[in-house]
Design a binder for this molecule. Structure first.
Ligand code: AMP
Ligand code: MG
Length: 403
């Protein structure tokens, strides 16, 4: 077999992203801001306005000319009040006067300082300033973003703060990458949907629920398929239908060496297989290829494996294909408090909890680490990124990928 076999993670990522780069590029659509959360920005977005659009007060207080108040306390007549939505043209600040001003209200011309209200005694028509006046508490026009500058780059994952920034920049809608439709297909004769009684030898099908959630969390659509039985004909029919109706197929189960590992057999015999097996543990059996022109990731059946392989390989491929910079993968350094078993030739992903203890990030491995133990993943905060051959001894400082 001349298909790359048991490849490094980087090599697997490169093979998949090269294959995806040869497919039709993702389409772009415009969505209103109300629907933009979690989407991927398709082009750079420039600000249509200065932010802020005008010089304004950062505090509730009094606008003055600093040079009018060389010493304190000083009492000045209050010329007028300016509220946040002051539209009409304001009179300039008269020499020796103060203007009562609210947060966000435009600075009267001639004023260069704000004294916060809590540092003043407010009288009937006058105010006594009790603290030295410095030029400050003024938010200058364009100090955050100038009109025409790029506030968000293509590929940005639109978090709530970024959606807010789109509005600040004056965009009512934004160009985003059209959502991919990812078919999630679990395979295995032994799988039953939760809610049905289990017969001896059966387990509840869980992988698809995790995988659908992972796809959606990346801003894409997942189609949740029922489990397919382990027959070549049944599997072929399910893949054909998914290739027709989706942009990418993610299967779980059936990619190991066994006789019943039919996803692998079908991809080898009838598909366009690009790699099989990757140097990660857990999760070494995955494959990637094209089925009737549609990219297909065959993930392992073990519940922990299917999840971590998605995080390491499928998420990376989706980001590469869509040009996305997020959702961000966050890696931190943590000191191991428990020894963690590494492997000779694989990147080892153990499930750990992390916490800040005395200013230091520490990682514990409280659970039995079988790749079938989904509870060990559900209760974990992070995955170790132990390079092949690392010692994994207690006390070592290692990289962990936050879940
Ligand atoms: P396989 O990769 O098909 O040999 O499956 C490996 C292990 O994962 C077996 O114990 C399966 O029962 C289990 N498994 C496979 N698919 C799923 C699934 N969708 N949900 C839960 N467990 C699964
Ligand atoms: Mg199976």
């Amino acid at each position: 077999m001349d298909v790359p076999y048991f490849v490094e993670v980087d090599e697997a990522r490169r093979i998949a992203s090269d294959a995806l780069a040869n497919l039709t590029p993702c389409e772009v659509e415009h969505v209103a801001l109300g629907a933009a959360h979690g989407r991927i920005l398709a082009t750079d977005l420039r600000s249509l306005v200065d932010d802020p659009p005008f010089d304004n007060s950062a505090m509730d207080g009094f606008a003055v000319r600093a040079s009018d108040v060389p010493t304190i306390p000083a009492t000045l007549p209050v010329q007028s009040t300016v509220a946040a939505a002051a539209h009409e043209d304001q009179a300039p600040l008269q020499p020796g006067h103060a203007v009562r001003i609210m947060t966000g209200a435009p600075m009267p011309s001639g004023a260069d300082a704000i004294l916060p209200i809590e540092r003043c005694d407010v009288g009937e028509d006058e105010v006594t300033l009790n603290a030295p006046v410095r030029t400050g508490f003024v938010r200058k026009q364009g100090e955050n973003l100038q009109k025409g500058t790029v506030g968000l780059s293509a590929g940005a994952y639109l978090t709530p703060a970024k959606v807010g920034l789109c509005a600040t920049m004056g965009h009512p809608d934004v160009p985003v990458v059209k959502r991919l439709n990812v078919a999630v297909i679990p395979t295995g004769d032994e799988l039953r949907p939760a809610g049905e009684p289990l017969r001896h030898g059966e387990v509840y099908e869980s992988n698809s629920h995790g995988l659908v959630g992972l796809v959606r969390a990346m801003g894409h659509e997942a189609t949740h398929h029922p489990a397919v039985e382990d027959t070549l004909d049944g599997l072929r029919a399910a893949l054909d239908a998914a290739a027709e109706s989706s942009d990418m197929i993610v299967t779980s189960g059936g990619v190991s060496m066994g006789e019943w590992d039919l996803v692998r057999r079908l991809m080898e015999e009838e598909g366009d297989l690009r790699y099989w097996r990757v140097k990660i543990r857990p999760g070494s059996p995955p494959l990637f290829g094209l089925w009737k022109g549609t990219p297909l990731f065959g993930l392992p059946g073990n519940p922990v494996s299917s999840h971590v392989v998605f995080r390491l390989l499928v998420a990376d491929a989706i980001r590469a294909w869509t040009g996305a910079h997020g959702p961000r993968e966050t890696t931190v350094r943590a000191r191991l408090l428990d020894p963690v078993k590494s492997t000779k030739d694989c990147l080892t992903l153990r499930r750990v909890t992390v916490a800040l203890v005395d200013g230091e990030m520490v990682a514990r491995q409280p659970r039995h680490q079988g790749s079938g133990n989904l509870e060990s993943l559900a209760s974990a905060d992070a995955l170790t990124l132990l390079p092949p051959g690392a010692s994994g001894e207690a006390g070592e400082i290692i990289d962990v990928l936050l879940l």
